[in-house]
Ligand binder design. Structure first.
Ligand code: CA
Length: 228
């Protein structure tokens, strides 16, 4: 049980009620609005822990709400789960492009909703940067400002590219990144990074991390992720 606040943004009354009922039952506090504009105000006024966001909204639509949120430095760490109608894969992709953390397809089961909310909250707590932007994942501590990584308090010497790959994976634990996404994110400054060289970099990174390398998971045919 938790008393974290979840902001629900949904204009269809029956779905709104189902979301509210399900989340209250799961022990969360719930704020509800049917307007994107109001959602952005509530985020700043009430500091929710997570937003459940319908894409089809009157006025400012869900994608635009997500974009504005993720491009605002004061609130861009707020996790967002988007709600889409069944079969609208392009909506899901657009949602991820806009910075969403996960999605749920309508109609949804309350159990699935609760599980997704818990998972996203857990991931976001694991990777929440501190005041200096440092990220701690298990025994790995990443300090981007100082380009430093510590494992169990011991400094680990990484190349620029290895550091950036680790930092990128740690920005969203549990998230699978393709080699292409990794290349794009780190665009090697010491030398050009290609899909294959990502594998080489990750192998070297793992070696340097020692036992902590178990946190880096290879996802066959796709890429890499940090965490289970
Ligand atoms: Ca709607």
């Amino acid at each position: 049980m938790s008393d974290e606040l979840i902001l629900v943004v949904e204009d269809e009354e029956d779905i709104q009620e189902l979301l509210e009922y399900t989340l209250l039952n799961a022990g969360y506090r719930v704020d509800v609005t049917d307007r994107g504009e109001e959602a952005l105000e509530l985020v700043r006024e009430h500091s929710p822990a997570l937003m459940v966001l319908d894409l089809m909204l009157p006025g400012l639509d869900g994608l635009e709400v997500c974009r504005r949120l993720k491009s605002s430095e004061d609130v861009n760490s707020l996790p967002v789960i988007i709600l889409t109608a069944k079969g609208e894969e392009e909506d899901v992709i657009a949602g991820f492009d806009a910075g969403a953390d996960d999605y749920i397809t309508k109609p949804f089961s309350p159990k699935v909703l609760t599980a997704r909310v818990q998972a996203v909250l857990r991931r976001s707590a694991e990777s929440r940067p501190d005041a200096e932007g440092a990220i701690t994942f298990g025994e790995i501590h990443i300090h981007p400002g100082r380009f430093e990584v510590h494992v169990d308090g011991e400094p680990v010497s990484l190349t620029h590219t290895e550091f950036r790959i680790l930092h990128f994976l740690a920005s969203r634990p549990g998230w699978v990144f393709s080699r292409t996404q990794i290349v794009r994110a780190v665009h090697g400054e010491d030398y050009p990074v290609t899909g294959r060289s990502v594998d080489v970099q990750v192998a070297s990174l793992r070696k340097k991390l020692g036992a902590a390398s178990r946190h880096i998971t290879t996802v066959r045919g796709v890429g890499y992720k940090l965490g289970e």
